[in-house]
Design a protein around this ligand. Structure first.
Ligand SMILES: C[S@@+](CC[C@H](N)C(=O)[O-])C[C@H]1O[C@@H](n2cnc3c(N)ncnc32)[C@H](O)[C@@H]1O
Length: 421
């Protein structure tokens, strides 16, 4: 690499330590890339990283370029505000930069089967999301988090799935510089077996019962504590805490220390959130019906925002839901004494959301302390595994079996064995 002109000579000498393995590895890489010296190689690496940052800066500057209609204040409570209109106006104008502690939201999903409130086509989804991504980056504090609950989508007419929610995640991280703190999966045990064509009729796919929840942040170190969201101990753990535990080596080779027997008040939950979306939302729904308002068709259960608001914010922090729908996030934030801002495009949904704040302070719905049963895979193995696999992958729809179904059903495995003597 030619030396820069003498007006800007390389006068700084930098020393840093490497292990000899690191040094050797770097030297090999530098040679492979055609650099005659390690310093040339490092300067080149730096320019690549700097270019990446510059790209992100361009994304950040987008704010000025959006033609913005500012949402209007619709309702105010002790801790929060509901806005009516396009949340891009809030994200790029009304809200101050670095003022939000948590963006907790569930955007319109790129569903193939469109819902009442209008979903973007899966292919255009990421493109549509870009100005929101830039806005989230603008308004989030450095130590804040962005939590996006996003459902998956099937490709139209095919038994295969869109990659749109993964593409969104990659775009948020690679282009907007967000860090993926941890993906969560929300399992809704009450979800219906859809799409019926693939699941119930052709029987070539299983029930789609998971939503992805991307927990992202601006730095790798957003404020968070899992102590805020502990789960009850299992019965075996309770008995272990009561009766004591003898430290020993597990069959897996893990050394379980005596610290294992310490009562920490509950167990650290997994990143699988099991929550049936069957909240009747009594007051909300009754209010909507009584006032001829639409009940929002895609509400999440309050347990979802409750979990993330508790884990990622302190009382008094600001929570934002830019795709507010019926304002579940606002209701939970109000109950937990966090400041909140919700924004929704459709006035009727906000009119209905008022129900959540009528009267005294909103209360968190009592979550039932029931757990759900999920069987290990192949729990019925041997009974139905004689079903023939369609050689065309289910492409051709089988004519409906109307009669004699049981007679045509293959014998269960154990019965075949018995028949063979
Ligand atoms: C999946 S729903 C959110 C439901 C909400 N989490 C709840 O539990 O009621 C997404 C909502 O975003 C709203 N929306 C879509 N684009 C918007 C925008 N640019 N600004 C504000 N709201 C928007 C839609 O009208 C829809 O009500």
């Amino acid at each position: 690499m030619p030396r820069p002109k003498s007006s800007n000579p390389r006068s700084r000498v930098v020393n840093f330590r490497l292990t000899s393995d690191q040094y050797d590895e770097m030297e090999v890489c530098a040679k492979r890339e055609g650099f005659s010296s390690l310093s040339g190689y490092l300067r080149n690496l730096h320019s690549l990283v700097a270019a990446q940052h510059q790209k992100q800066e361009v994304v950040k500057e987008d704010s000025a370029t959006y033609p913005l209609l500012l949402p209007t204040l619709f309702e105010e409570t002790k801790h929060g505000k509901m806005y009516l209109g396009d949340s891009l106006g809030l994200l790029h104008n009304t809200l101050k930069p670095e003022s939000v502690d948590l963006v907790m939201t569930s955007p319109p999903f790129g569903l193939v089967r469109k819902k009442d409130y209008g979903n973007e086509d899966a292919d255009q989804y990421v493109q549509w999301f870009r100005p929101f991504a830039a806005g989230f980056k603008r308004v989030l504090k450095k130590e804040g988090s962005l939590v996006i609950d996003i459902g998956s989508a099937w490709k139209a007419g095919l038994p295969t799935k869109s990659l749109y929610h993964f593409e969104l995640l990659l775009t948020l991280c690679k282009e907007y510089g967000f860090h993926l703190c941890q993906e969560h999966y929300w399992w809704n045990p009450a979800k219906l077996p859809t799409p019926a064509e693939w699941v119930n009729i052709r029987r070539i796919r299983v029930k789609d019962a998971i939503n992805c929840i991307w927990w992202l942040s601006r730095t790798p170190w957003p404020k968070a504590s899992n102590r805020r969201v502990l789960a009850p101990y299992s019965d075996s753990m309770k008995s272990l805490l009561k009766n004591g535990y003898t430290p020993k080596l597990r069959p897996s080779g893990h050394d379980i220390s005596d610290k294992f027997g310490v009562d920490n008040g509950g167990s650290v939950p997994p990143n699988l959130i099991a929550l049936a979306n069957t909240e009747s939302n009594g007051g909300y729904q009754e209010y909507c019906r009584a006032n001829s308002l639409p009940v929002h068709p895609a509400r999440f259960p309050s347990g979802i925002p409750e979990y993330f608001i508790r884990m990622l914010t302190n009382p008094g922090d600001l929570v934002l839901d830019p795709f507010a729908g019926s304002c579940v996030t606002g209701e939970v934030a109000e109950s937990l004494e966090r400041k909140w801002i919700c924004c929704e495009l459709h006035e009727d949904y906000l009119k209905g959301a008022r129900a959540r704040f009528i009267g005294l302070k909103p209360r968190l719905r009592k979550q039932e302390l029931s757990s759900y049963q999920i069987y290990p895979p192949c729990a019925l193995n041997g009974t139905f595994d004689t079903t023939p696999l369609p050689s065309d992958g289910g492409f051709k729809r089988k004519p409906k079996q109307t009669s004699n179904r049981l007679a045509n059903k293959p014998l269960p495995f154990y019965a075949q064995q018995a028949a063979q003597g």
